[in-house]
Design a protein around this ligand. Structure first.
Ligand code: SF4
Ligand code: FES
Length: 260
């Protein structure tokens, strides 16, 4: 890899621009640099107006998801050399399926609203005995759920999901894997509240098992498998008369996502 790489970045400032446009930067890079390091170099030395999100620089905070050379990824976990080897340059766009705010920053509001819709917390039937200071879970349940607990809320699965692109009400992979994480926790007793909103095409039945989310997740979470387990649980509970076969979707409150 040479000492300079072209970063082709989609720029858009709704206060000034009628529509997005491409800007190119000749960025000095060192061996081992990540795409995030290149973006920081642009903002520090070439163009201080470039907007993007980042914080931890180590794949933990989930802030810097963006489309890099056509695929949603974390900029801090993506090597410049790997991108250049395939395409000769680094091409950057904001995440898909969310409204542009500015440059590589998107409006996360719909993503978080949908996350809250699945009641993403433990709802135990009763408080633990006073003598107990913890609510432990069996090892097999931990093994099943631990990967789903690794989610860093990066929105990469949401960006890669084609259903989120065509159905603005679809809860999306992240909300559904969170529902799975709590629904299969043996300490939880919240099925009635949590499962009901999922039994429609904006919940689990909207998932067409494309596997894009699973392939793209930077934490290696088997998202599609978790959604399939939720479907099977809903069918079993329906056959047992515990759930209706189908419920009408409830609208997500407030302004909804506008695909860019
Ligand atoms: S499930 Fe994976 S891709 Fe989706 S928000 Fe969580 S960490 Fe990101
Ligand atoms: S900057 Fe935190 S995950 Fe990349």
């Amino acid at each position: 890899m040479g000492s300079h790489v072209v970063f082709q970045v989609m720029r858009y400032d709704p206060r000034r621009d009628v529509e997005p446009y491409w800007a190119e930067y000749d960025v000095p890079v060192d061996e081992g640099d990540t795409v995030l390091m290149g973006l920081m170099r642009i903002r520090e030395s070439l163009d201080g107006s470039l907007a993007f999100r980042a914080s931890c620089r180590s794949g933990i905070c989930g802030s810097d998801g963006m489309v890099i050379n056509g695929r949603s990824q974390l900029a801090c976990k993506t090597q410049v050399a790997a991108m250049v080897a395939v395409r000769g340059r680094v091409v950057l766009e904001p995440l898909r399926n969310l409204r542009y705010v500015k440059d590589l920053v998107v409006d996360q509001t719909p993503f978080w609203k949908k996350f809250r819709r699945v009641e993403p917390y433990l709802m135990p039937a009763a408080a633990p005995p006073a003598a107990e200071r913890r609510m432990t879970m069996p090892q097999d349940a931990f093994d099943l759920l631990s990967k789903a607990s690794d989610c860093i809320f990066c929105e990469i699965c949401y960006s890669e999901c084609p259903i989120n692109g065509i159905d603005r009400g679809f809860l999306g992979p992240q909300a559904l894997i969170k529902a799975f994480r709590f629904e299969f926790d043996p300490r939880d007793d919240g099925a009635a509240a949590r499962l009901a909103p999922l039994s429609n095409v904006e919940g689990v039945w909207g998932c067409r098992t494309v596997f894009n989310c699973t392939d793209a997740c930077p934490k290696g979470i088997p998202i599609t498998e978790g959604i399939q387990r939720l479907k099977r649980k809903l069918v079993a509970e329906t056959l047992a008369g515990m759930q209706p076969a189908y419920r009408s979707p409830e609208p997500v409150e407030g302004p909804e996502v506008a695909s860019s």
